[in-house]
Design a protein around this ligand. Structure first.
Ligand SMILES: Nc1ncnc2c1ncn2[C@@H]1O[C@H](COP(=O)(O)OP(=O)(O)OP(=O)(O)O)[C@@H](O)[C@H]1O
Ligand code: SF4
Ligand SMILES: [Mg+2]
Length: 330
């Protein structure tokens, strides 16, 4: 059942040098309990998409058009009071830096209990019990003791677990996680990923996991949306996209992930740089970096369904391998 439907979302930054179209016609949907990986290089518009969904884009940025239908209600048209009611309770955000969530001068119990009471009237004792359970659920041992600590008394990984526990306090319908494990070492990262996955499955929470690291989402997300220059350029089932990408940019991203079986071989790279949003090329925005580019790419392609459940924005997609695999599976 669809929880979130984003239609033709556009968020622009009105800077002195010009208008940066950070999100330019983004559409996707998310079912209840589904995990979507939003991936792409730095500057592709992942975070701005996440912030747009919960109305946290600050000037000079502004959502200029589109719809964000959350459980049927359009959040673009909603006022700040409605958004404030939804934030934390039905939609939660986890940031790369847990200190964007945590207050350094307050004990963890003070801030967690306040968060509970802000949206759910109950006794302080009941709120404390809910906080204790949330800390235990993200793998924090001795939660009673840890509730009485200040954020600086936790390691980076533990601080991020506390921030995740806060996001889960109200069992929200949707969590938007913006690179929450990027700063953590790989073992902690793997633990947190599997715990979040299990928690979402248990509570039916939908999750948008934003990352530049395809390896991170490949084992976590049900579906992928790949962003480039403010647009989604490919979407589909995670396993299918990773095994047989349709878009040359997605293929470039996958080929540039280090893999054991290619040990010793030079690491593939996508040539060139992410374009400046103020000076985008004509036609397909990936054209100057694309090995398949030709004159047909001077007209920007739409995000089209090229195979069942597989969409890509490309006039020369890698369809052969995907079609062969589809035929073999029938
Ligand atoms: N405050 C701002 N002022 C002007 N432009 C901005 C601002 N914030 C973002 N942008 C523009 O939006 C683009 C997309 O930014 P965004 O933070 O969404 O990228 P990202 O995909 O999350 O990258 P990263 O992986 O580095 O976090 C930026 O490249 C920039 O052009
Ligand atoms: S439309 Fe053309 S330039 Fe763009 S990704 Fe496809 S082949 Fe490459
Ligand atoms: Mg970002």
């Amino acid at each position: 059942m669809t929880l979130l439907q984003v239609r033709d979302l556009a968020t622009h930054f009105f800077t002195r040098d010009g208008v940066a179209k950070a999100v330019d016609g983004v559409s996707f949907s998310l079912d209840r309990g589904e995990i979507l990986g939003l991936v792409g290089e730095s500057g592709s518009g992942k975070s701005v998409t996440g912030f747009s969904l919960i109305g946290l884009v600050d000037p000079p940025g502004k959502v200029v058009s589109g719809q964000i239908l959350f459980d049927g209600a359009d959040l673009v048209a909603a006022g700040e009071a409605t958004l404030r009611r939804l934030r934390g309770k039905r939609i939660a955000m986890i940031f790369q830096d847990p200190m964007m969530t945590l207050n350094p001068v307050l004990r963890v119990d003070t801030q967690m209990i306040e968060t509970v009471l802000a949206h759910a009237p109950m006794s302080r004792q009941a709120a404390r019990e809910r906080c204790r359970a949330a800390l235990a659920a993200v793998g924090i041992s001795s939660p009673d003791e840890r509730l009485e600590s200040y954020p600086h008394q936790f390691s980076g990984g533990m601080r991020q677990r506390v921030a995740i526990a806060i996001a889960l306090l109200h069992e929200p319908d949707l969590i938007i996680a913006d690179e929450p494990t990027t700063a953590l070492d790989v073992t902690i990262q793997a633990q947190i990923l599997s715990e979040v996955q299990a928690l979402c499955a248990r509570s039916g929470t939908a999750l948008i996991w934003i990352t530049h690291d395809l390896a991170v989402v490949s084992g976590l997300a049900d579906r992928l949306a790949v962003m480039y220059a403010g647009r989604i350029i490919e979407t589909g089932d995670t396993a299918e996209v990773i095994a047989r990408p349709l878009h040359p940019y997605t293929r470039g991203l996958i080929d540039s992930v280090p893999q054991g079986k290619r040990h010793g071989a030079p690491l593939a790279q996508i040539p060139g740089m992410t374009p400046s949003l103020l000076r985008l090329p004509e036609g397909c925005k990936f054209r100057p970096r694309c090995p398949r580019a030709d004159a047909a790419c001077l007209v920007e392609p739409a995000l089209a369904e090229l195979l069942p459940g597989r969409r890509a924005r490309c006039v020369h997609p890698y369809l052969e391998a995907a079609e062969e695999a589809l035929a073999a599976s029938c």
